[in-house]
Design a protein around this ligand. Structure first.
Ligand code: RTP
Ligand code: MG
Length: 164
């Protein structure tokens, strides 16, 4: 069978360890269609400490870094490559809006419909169930990390552009 390469802009979501362990992954996945999101890649994996440190390198040196690495390596995660159903949508921004604020308490107050408000931990405000790439550059980097073959095929299909 012929494989088609997904050429829409993509973002990367992670269903974080607590949400996977609490059996929320299927409920989260079931909502995405109604949110205007197509899942075009899905893998389950467990991050090593080194992977997690690289993934969150921008937070190295913060007082929550160790806690964040412990959290993100505490069990299996599900990585998703997401595309917007609606043409021309900035899927990186769309997904960040859908997940809502990173602090679950604030998400519940300010964005009760958001996925973090619905699926985040009741007890720990930073166990927010979901990640979303924050820029298209980071989305490309995260896509290459979690879906290397997929990323390579996209690169090969992309027309070469010349910078003037
Ligand atoms: P993410 O990278 O996971 O999508 O979350 P985000 O962009 O909304 O938030 P970011 O500032 O990048 O923080 C990354 C993750 O670190 C945890 N965190 N803990 N204890 C704390 O003060 C604290 N601050 C952030 C959260 O799990 C957050 O999602
Ligand atoms: Mg972030």
């Amino acid at each position: 069978a012929e494989e088609t390469v997904e050429l829409r802009p993509l973002t990367v979501a992670l269903i974080k360890p607590d949400a996977v362990a609490d059996g929320k992954a299927d409920d989260i996945l079931a909502k995405l269609d109604d949110c205007g999101i197509d899942v075009v890649g899905k893998i389950e994996t467990t991050l090593s400490r080194e992977d997690a440190q690289t993934f969150y390198s921008q937070h190295q040196g913060t007082d929550f870094f160790l806690q964040l690495i412990d959290y993100m390596t505490s069990g299996p995660i599900i990585a998703l490559a997401l595309a917007a159903k609606k043409k021309g949508t900035d899927v990186v921004a769309q997904w960040r809006t859908l997940i809502g604020p990173k602090d679950v308490t604030i998400a519940k107050e300010e964005a009760p419909e958001s996925l973090r408000a619905q699926f985040g931990s009741k007890d720990e405000e930073f166990k927010n169930a979901l990640h979303g790439s924050d820029t298209s550059e980071h989305a490309a980097r995260e896509l290459a990390f979690f879906f290397p073959d997929f990323h390579k095929k996209r690169q090969a299909t992309q027309p070469k552009t010349t910078r003037v």
